[in-house]
Design a binder for this molecule. Sequence first.
Ligand code: ADP
Ligand code: ZN
Ligand code: MG
Length: 494
Amino acid sequence: MYQSFIGLEVHIHLLTKTKVFCNCLSAFGDEPNTHICPVCMGYPGALPSLNIDAMRIGCTVARSLNCRIPEKTWFERKQYFYPDMTKNYQISQFASPLGQEGYLDLDVQNGVKRIRIKECHLEEDAGKMIHSGAVSLLDYNRAGVSLLEIVTEPDMETGEEAELFIRRLRRMVRYLEASDGNMEEGSLRADANVSINFPGKGLGRKVEIKNLNSSRFVKLALNYEIARQGELLDAGKIVVQETRLWNENRDETAPMRTKENAQDYRYFPEPDLPVFVPDAAFLKAVEDSLVELPQARIRRVIAEYGLGEEQAEIICDEKAGADYFEEAVSQAVSLGLEKRDAAERISHWFLSEIRHILAREGIPIQKVGGFTLTPLRLAALTALIVKGAVSTKNAKQTLEAVIAEDRNPEVIIAERGWERITDPAAIAGAINAVLAAESDIIDHIRAAIAANNPKRRHTLTAYLVGKVLAATGGRADPKIAGTQVEALIEARGS
Ligand code: ADP
Ligand code: ZN
Ligand code: MG
């Protein structure tokens, strides 16, 4: 067996309104070449200026990855030619990136595995090339969009770990509202580096797999590559250091080019941008942008509300969902419910009906804040169930009606006549109506008692109570109905 080493370079688009070195909008899906200017088109004499939002968001991600922000950070030019980059260099960071030496702890099977983060650096994205038949088209709307590159140390060992790293990173940047992390649209892209070696011999000769746009492809490509390199070593051959591409139709990697190294890029400090020295106000803005991160929140939600791990994972998958859940529980507590009871009921709603309805209506969970079923309305409905003021069946109908009509549950329940019937006289009336049609059932129950057959007695009683509930459209309070039926059985015996 060989030891394997995986390091990832993940690029994420930052959610800044404008590009990183000019004032063009960072908008996607618009008419090609409508968000461009002399700076992002690299015209001679055009000068870049740093978008401070990009720097702040980049530092916020870096801090969330436990990175150190250096006292000074600056930009370098990375030289290479490509038609999607008109300047012939990319402004990036090299010697002192904005975030250095952090880590992300992965929740793997037997505990946590710490993946060291080498650095986070800010750079500009390139334009987009569209190849269509014999022509290649260029759209520069993406040129100059702020990109944060997160580079790990080669601390992962399997495709599964790399996939988990990407999913955890994606969830984190979404929590921070630093990026939408949308891999299909290219807002999060990964290059995966992998080598294998004989145990104890340290790193092997690495192969880089470029431009993976799904976390599943990261896993598949890495596991494929680990196997391919293993076969080479088995056969006494060496692994060529190169860049490969994942072919998703053939489920294999194929060579793309032999990899250049840092010297080839002739990095040198960008003369048109000053060194950035984060001051106290900037650092405070970064700290103010930090949020409770998903892994910590999951642990807290489990401890504080007594939820199961799986429930907590789903509820905390998106910050908006976790905020919604906690707000609803807090409202239910103000309405007099016990916290853990409220949490259990609300998480149940959340994981079943609410998720189902959101999916049906095509509402993403991030929009749940503007959903007609507000946390307060959900709390109010839960309180009504706990009080026994509405049956479970009617509660579900109420939930649907609240969502469709954008009105409070109490109003809907009153208007539809869905309140639970607790008036003893009304329930007695319903029992009498049932008995009028099934007059001998009480006698059958008496006979079961006389025959010492508790099972039959129970079945018949439940049948009778069921009939009474059905006669009231499910609205009669089942406890009161049960008590009254028992009283009738007793009375018949004396
Ligand atoms: P390069 O100069 O080729 O860009 P870096 O040292 O910057 O290489 O590393 C790029 C990525 O490759 C990092 O994520 C790093 O962890 C990973 N890496 C470096 N060397 C190896 C290796 N021998 N095996 C696996 N991954 C490696
Ligand atoms: Zn521009
Ligand atoms: Mg590198």
